[in-house]
Design a binder for this molecule. Structure first.
Ligand code: S3P
Length: 192
């Protein structure tokens, strides 16, 4: 059961917060810092998938294929959304799955951390282990993903522009947007 309506250090959230966005958008970093600042728990769905599978994301793609990864992703996110009110960082492809969008819309609040190509390329170049970007030229792939995914990411409940903004400002902007969102929408969205 979801434990609704937690107030921590001035920020009240009544549903799980789900961070979405492309690889390198800062979902894990911002999610972790936001959770620490306001005293919520944080979970990264890719980490949970790795734990469940017992191997890395690259190995899942290589050994079982992307489809198996997406199935696991769907199960992990659904379970996390129904466990407790917390901050959840998702992998970049999660919100592209209509079923995942459906459970997020029903049980959580989605926040798109929106960043531009140059930032995404710069940040993703720092860490390996993203099989999608290893299929060719990362910049070309990232451009394709922006074109394909941004219209879908735009369906998120909240959009935060992260481009060239210090992390603390992004965290404050996210907390303010959440406060405004919950003020407008008392706990009715998923109670039907
Ligand atoms: C993916 C993003 C990755 C990871 C997987 C697939 C995607 O997560 O889930 O490699 O489809 O965009 P991050 O967005 O956390 O890098």
């Amino acid at each position: 059961m979801v434990d609704r309506g937690i107030q921590q250090k001035g920020l009240r959230i009544s549903r799980p917060i789900v961070l979405i966005g492309l690889m390198g958008a800062g979902k894990s970093r911002i999610g972790k810092d936001l959770a620490t600042k306001y005293g919520f728990s944080f979970v990264d769905t890719d980490d949970e998938i790795v734990k469940a599978a017992g191997c890395s994301i690259s190995d899942i793609f290589e050994l079982y294929g992307e489809e198996a990864f997406r199935d696991l992703e769907e199960r992990v996110i659904s379970r996390l959304l129904m466990s407790n009110v917390q901050i959840i960082a998702t992998g970049g492809g999660a919100f592209m799955n209509a079923k995942i969008r459906g459970v997020i819309s029903k049980y959580g609040i989605s926040i798109w951390l929106k960043a531009g190509l140059s930032v995404l390329i710069e940040r993703t170049s720092r860490r390996k282990g993203r099989p999608l970007l290893e299929r060719g030229d990362p910049e070309t792939i990232m451009k394709g993903l922006i074109n394909e995914r941004y219209p879908v990411y735009a369906k998120a409940d909240i959009v935060i522009e992260t481009q060239d903004i210090p992390i603390d400002d992004t965290i404050n902007a996210t907390a303010e947007a959440l406060a405004a969102f919950f003020d407008k929408q008392p706990e009715t969205k998923n109670e039907e």
